[in-house]
Ligand binder design. Structure first.
Ligand code: KIV
Ligand code: ZN
Length: 391
């Protein structure tokens, strides 16, 4: 992998699932993981096996059904969590255990009631054990951005020596700002002598709306992996949004000379799939995937757009998979057309499923002249609801 490729670590199925109302069944998680695979993410964090039996099974099912990306499982820095993560990851072609423990004084004093020395020793033992169970080991010093920077450098040095292949710097409470994040990552590169033996990653929460900006600042300082989620879902205000990260790097190539392995035309269909699965709508003005992200309302803007799209458009809707023109499907359309429209929206159905959907579609086409993308998505949502009820 070239020095300028940024690895995209998707945690929609783990941190994202921690958003209220976003829990998913195993079947839904596998569907989403397969879409993330098509999208081109490098690593899928599939779950936290010690959290529940369902999570353990979901990690196992995703590991068995997605062979291209690395499959990661989260584990606290203790033997039992790590052992469970290792077992769940057994079917993976390439596995990663992601283990973590808090390192900030506030977490040590009030949550863990441990000394810095004790936490450091536990972190190193966890990494050493995880190395025996997975191809790759990622370590996160939780609340890194509020950790004493000298202690953080010591932790990073020692866990790399213990065998961590990826070191992730989480802004767990979404507290940092871009200049500070840049300084922190630069300091790690200056002070940690063995830093070249691991990939540096960041995991930014969005409590101040700065998750993407902080992640970009970390990349500019040398981070080569970013952790993010589809639609920016995640604990509290969420995580860095994957679609915003990817498109910021793509659109601003002039200032940010980095690439990703993401096929950006799958961004919108992936966002839609997540919305369909969780029922949580994206805010209309959400960058890249919101309903209004490519809508031009003001007369002056429309006039400019008609003369030259570049006047008001920094990327095309097609480049992120947003259908540019309104869908024209009517009652004379056949199954083939219907199927191809579903595929464009990111859905894949068997012949049997297409037949059932086609009947629903013709019923609707009888009462509605023009069938829009929104109608098709509603049709699919209703279909999945009914399939769930009759299962
Ligand atoms: O926000 C956080 O600190 C996390 C860690 C487990 C990486 O989600
Ligand atoms: Zn997190």
């Amino acid at each position: 992998m070239s020095q300028h490729t940024i690895r995209i670590f998707d945690t929609t199925l783990r941190d994202g699932e921690q958003s209220p109302g976003c829990s998913m069944t195993i079947h839904e998680k596998v569907r989403l993981a397969q879409q993330l695979d098509r999208l081109g993410v490098d690593i899928i964090e599939a779950g936290f096996p010690a959290a529940s039996e369902g999570d353990a099974k979901a990690v196992q099912a995703i590991a068995a059904n997605c062979s291209r990306p690395v499959i990661a499982a989260l584990a606290r820095a203790n033997c039992e969590d790590i052992r469970r993560a290792g077992v769940s990851l057994e079917p993976a072609r390439r596995s990663r255990i992601h283990t973590f423990i808090a390192t900030s004084d506030i977490h040590l004093q009030f949550k863990l009631r441990r000394s810095r020395e004790e936490v450091l020793e536990q972190a190193c033992l966890a990494v050493e054990f995880a190395r025996t169970l997975a191809d790759e080991v990622e370590f996160s010093p939780e609340d890194a951005t509020r950790t004493d920077p000298d202690f953080l450098c010591q932790v990073v040095r020692e866990i790399i020596a213990a065998g961590a292949t990826v070191v992730n710097i989480p802004d767990t409470v979404g507290y940092t700002i871009p200049t500070e994040m840049h300084r922190l990552v630069s300091r790690l590169f200056e002070k940690v002598d063995n830093i070249g033996e691991a990939t540096i990653s960041v995991h930014c929460h969005n409590d101040l709306g700065l998750a993407v900006a902080n992640s970009i600042a970390a990349i500019e300082a040398g981070a080569r992996q970013v952790e993010c989620t589809i639609n920016g879902i995640g604990e509290r205000a969420g995580n860095a949004s994957l679609e915003e990260m990817v498109m910021a790097l793509r659109v601003r190539q002039d200032a940010l000379p980095f690439t990703t392995n993401i096929n950006s035309t799958h961004l919108f269909p992936t966002s839609q799939l997540l919305t369909e699965i969780t029922g949580i709508q994206v805010q209309p003005n959400k960058a890249i995937v919101g309903r209004n992200a490519f809508a031009h309302e003001a007369g002056i803007h429309q006039d400019g757009m008609l003369k030259n799209r570049l006047t008001y458009e920094i990327m095309t809707p097609e480049s992120v998979g947003v259908p540019e023109t309104k869908l024209v499907l009517g009652k004379h359309s056949g199954r083939h057309a219907l199927r191809s429209h579903f595929e464009r929206l990111g859905y894949q159905f068997s012949t049997f499923e297409t037949d059932r959907l086609y009947r629903k579609f013709t019923d609707l086409a009888d009462v509605k002249k023009e069938i829009t993308d929104a109608d098709l998505i509603a049709l699919v949502q209703e279909f999945h609801q009914q399939t769930k009820l009759s299962a």
